[in-house]
Design a protein. Structure first.
Lengths: 219, 606
């Protein structure tokens, strides 16, 4: 009857380790921090009902995107990708060949160490990340993320005037900064686009901007 | 995993577009991406910078401003030569740059020749600009220095007939059309021809109907090069000049050409105007001066050689005229021939004389005496004008080289059928021949006869090819330079004997095998490729190697000239930049490969 404890307990240590090792100095300068820019493609929007289909991420350090850190993983999903395949282009047979969700999370927890998590519309990534850790490890670290969408919204509100919903999509943001567009709905391309956007947003915030400011503006 | 967006950008950006997809995918992972905002400056780093978006200004000291935009590179100078330049890059419009680390860049350069070539060309183009901008001799000239303050104008309501009369009276090729004090149009000789006569219009039409309205104009205080730019941009030969907004005269293309007094055209016409030996003897310093100027303008060697050869040809013609003045008209038709580098139009100031006479009649009796005297005057005369006598006596002053058509024909037949490679080696210079003065018909008969005898003559071509590959490029097994000593006990690379000559010898074999008339190495290569004797790749490689060697040799000799030293073909490789070393080794490697191919083709050995 204690079987349900065994597996999560064994890996629970991973989450503890991560929580212990993960620390950020919120007062450090945003321009000099290291970031992991993450994007998930999922079968839907509800982390409780839907699954992660693929994950892509790329790291920023020293103010530069390092393309050798770029990773892309397709996740073996327990359920059919269903209609979501229309959006992310991944079909059942590809998803069946992916890695286990647990392996993806182990990889991510490893990669996240010492970096700030970044996403465009990070609520989605955070909810899936937390839910997945909960499911696999019985516990999730208290992830926090910088949200490039919210950073953009913050800037636009400062300028005043109405903000159209569409003006905040990743491609609209990239266009606004005259940054190269990316293939949408591919986890790695979107992560890379988001990373480009973050570089531009960091520059526009000046050298004195701290991580605390970013988190503040990401709320 | 590669980012698709980055890979597809590389796929459409030269020189990366030449690389295979999987190479780009791997390569893209080595990149880092930086965002720069307006006003930020970037220090040179030992990395290749590729502009992805935005606009960047490159400030360099002598040449001012260059703009870099999407697909442009920076930093390759440091990577290719190890020499950083003091340039800074300033961002003028926010944008992204990609950086490729030095080791990835070097790996690509080693693996992909075209990739390497691209950056070397990019680099040399830039270097060329850099050097030429240090010589602002023409660029400081102002329009005011060139234009004649003479305004010939007419009213817009006057007739074309009146305009034509005024132009004839005033001896001008162009009229300014004014209303009050305001310039409203321009009318040129050409306009009268193309807009009036050709259109069958009456001479009574008014000027305003046929003039060029609101013409281009230039301020008197502009630089001459601005005028040149404007005239070539709009393809016009007359440019009204204004001072304080009022026309004061017209600048013509002739005015601009006159400003280029040191232009070779003037020296050649000057030579042709000399009818006295003294005038031609005094010409040497002018030729040297011109050569030095060409050196400073960083013209490619083949252009310099072309100019120098034209001058030497003009000298031959002038000395022949002087000789005929002294000796009276020639007793028979003759052709003055040149061989070797003068025939190939490959001359540098160090070239000596290689010439001969082809006579209509047998050189006996009075005819022999006349041409003996003629040859002496011309050969000695050329020597006094700076073209050294030939140590090997390949000169018209040598009676062996004053022959009739029959005599020359026999001479060539002997060389062609000789089984003695040494005799052939000594005669190979004669197979590059060109007419400089005299009868073209006579010369053509001989040339065609020789070409016909050479073509498909397997034994002759075998010996010629064997000779052409006897000497090898001075590159060791480990791709290091093999140095040798010259007569002055200096060590170095003999760019002529171990470089340029290898190309000309090799190309000559192919050209003779195909019966090609051209003797210039560039022309021969072009024709060989057109006739599919050589592949395009071979032609380009040989051409490239030839240019690298010839340019280096010319630089070397130009330096010697500047310092008043003996002109040498011996290059000290430690004086080369990393890039030049690389290019030179590349050229030698081309020669090794091509010598092997030549042997395979004509000597039937591997």
């Amino acid at each position: 009857m204690w079987n349900w404890l065994k597996k999560p307990l064994a890996v629970h240590q991973l989450v503890l380790d991560f929580e212990q090792a993960y620390s950020l100095d919120k007062q450090s300068l945003a321009a000099k921090a290291s970031y992991l820019v993450l994007d998930f493609e999922t079968t839907g929007l509800d982390a409780k009902k839907h699954h992660i289909v693929s994950a892509g991420w790329v790291k920023i350090s020293g103010g530069k995107i390092h393309l050798n850190s770029a990773q892309y993983q397709v996740v073996r999903s327990p359920a059919s990708v269903g209609q979501s395949a229309v959006i992310h282009g991944l079909h059942n047979h590809e998803v069946r060949q992916g890695i286990e969700l647990e392996d993806l999370l182990r990889l991510l927890l490893q990669e996240l160490k010492g970096t700030v998590l970044v996403s465009h519309h990070s609520a989605l990534e955070l909810s899936f990340l937390k839910q997945s850790c909960q499911n696999c490890f019985g516990r999730s670290p208290a992830f926090k993320a910088v949200d490039t969408l919210k950073l953009e919204l913050y800037k636009m509100r400062l300028k005043g005037g109405p903000v159209a919903q569409t003006a905040l999509s990743l491609s609209a943001c990239l266009q606004r900064y005259q940054l190269p567009e990316v293939t949408e709905h591919h986890a790695l391309s979107d992560a890379f686009g988001c990373a480009q956007l973050l570089l531009a947003q960091l520059k526009s915030r000046g050298a004195s901007c701290t991580l605390a400011d970013l988190f503040q503006q990401s709320r | 995993m590669q980012v698709q967006e980055v890979v597809s950008f590389l796929q459409r950006t030269p020189p990366f577009d030449d690389l295979a997809l999987h190479v780009l995918e791997t390569l893209s992972r080595d990149l880092t991406v930086l965002y720069l905002s307006t006003g930020e400056e970037l220090k040179p780093e030992p990395q290749l910078m590729l502009v992805r978006s935005g606009l960047f200004a490159l400030h360099t000291e002598p040449q001012g401003l260059t703009h870099l935009q999407t697909g442009d590179f920076y930093g390759y100078q440091l990577l290719l030569t190890g020499l950083a330049d003091p340039d800074t890059i300033r961002c003028e419009e926010d944008g992204l740059v990609y950086f490729l680390p030095a080791d990835s860049f070097d790996k690509l350069r080693h693996q992909y020749k075209n990739f390497d070539l691209f950056f070397q060309r990019l680099f040399s183009r830039r270097l060329h600009l850099y050097q030429s901008s240090q010589h602002p001799t023409t660029s400081t000239l102002k329009v005011a220095d060139l234009v004649t303050r003479r305004k010939v104008s007419i009213g817009a309501a006057d007739t074309v007939q009146q305009a034509a009369q005024l132009m004839t009276e005033q001896r001008v090729s162009c009229l300014l059309i004014e209303q009050g004090e305001k310039l409203v149009g321009i009318l040129t000789d050409r306009d009268l021809r193309s807009r009036v006569v050709a259109k069958n219009l009456s001479a009574a039409v008014s000027v305003s109907d046929v003039m060029t309205k609101s013409p281009q104009r230039i301020d008197i205080h502009s630089f001459a090069f601005e005028a040149i730019q404007k005239m070539s941009q709009y393809n016009i030969h007359h440019l009204p000049v204004e001072e304080h907004g009022k026309a004061i005269g017209v600048l013509t293309t002739t005015d601009l050409i006159r400003s280029q007094q040191e232009h070779p055209v003037f020296l050649i016409s000057h030579i042709h105007r000399q009818h006295q030996a003294a005038g031609l003897q005094a010409i040497t310093p002018q030729i040297q001066q011109l050569a030095l100027q060409l050196a400073e303008q960083h013209l490619p060697c083949y252009e310099v050689s072309g100019v120098l050869t034209s001058i030497m040809d003009a000298l031959v013609q002038s000395w022949l005229n002087i000789a005929e003045q002294q000796l009276g008209p020639a007793p028979c038709v003759y052709s003055w021939l040149v061989f070797g580098s003068q025939a190939r139009r490959d001359m540098l100031p160090s070239a000596d004389q290689d010439n001969a006479l082809l006579l209509e009649k047998e050189p006996v009796g009075a005819i022999a005496d006349y041409f003996s005297a003629l040859a002496d005057i011309v050969c000695q005369g050329l020597a006094s004008s700076g073209q050294a006598l030939c140590e090997g006596q390949i000169m018209a002053s040598n009676p062996e080289l004053r022959l009739s058509l029959k005599g020359w024909s026999h001479r060539f037949a002997k060389w062609l059928n000789t089984p003695d490679p040494q005799a052939l080696l000594n005669s190979s210079i004669f197979f590059d021949m060109r007419l400089v003065h005299g009868s073209k018909g006579l010369f053509n008969v001989l040339h065609e006869d020789v070409l016909a005898r050479c073509k498909n003559n397997e034994l002759f071509l075998y010996h010629l090819a064997k000779n052409a590959t006897e000497r090898q490029p001075p590159l060791g097994f480990f791709k290091h330079f093999l140095l040798e000593q010259d007569g002055r006990q200096r060590k170095g690379l003999d760019l002529k004997k171990r470089g340029i000559s290898l190309v000309t010898d090799l190309v000559r074999v192919y050209a003779l095998s195909a019966g090609i008339q051209a003797v210039n190495t560039r022309e021969r290569l072009d024709l060989l490729q057109q006739q599919a004797v050589l592949t395009q790749r071979q032609q380009q490689n040989l051409q490239g190697a030839f240019d690298v060697l010839a340019n280096l040799r010319w630089q070397l000799q130009a330096q010697d000239m500047k310092r008043g030293r003996h002109l040498s073909n011996l290059l000290d490789p430690s004086q080369l930049s990393l890039l030049q070393r690389h290019q030179l080794k590349d050229a030698f490697a081309v020669l090794s490969d091509e010598q092997q191919l030549l042997r395979q083709r004509f000597c039937r050995e591997v």
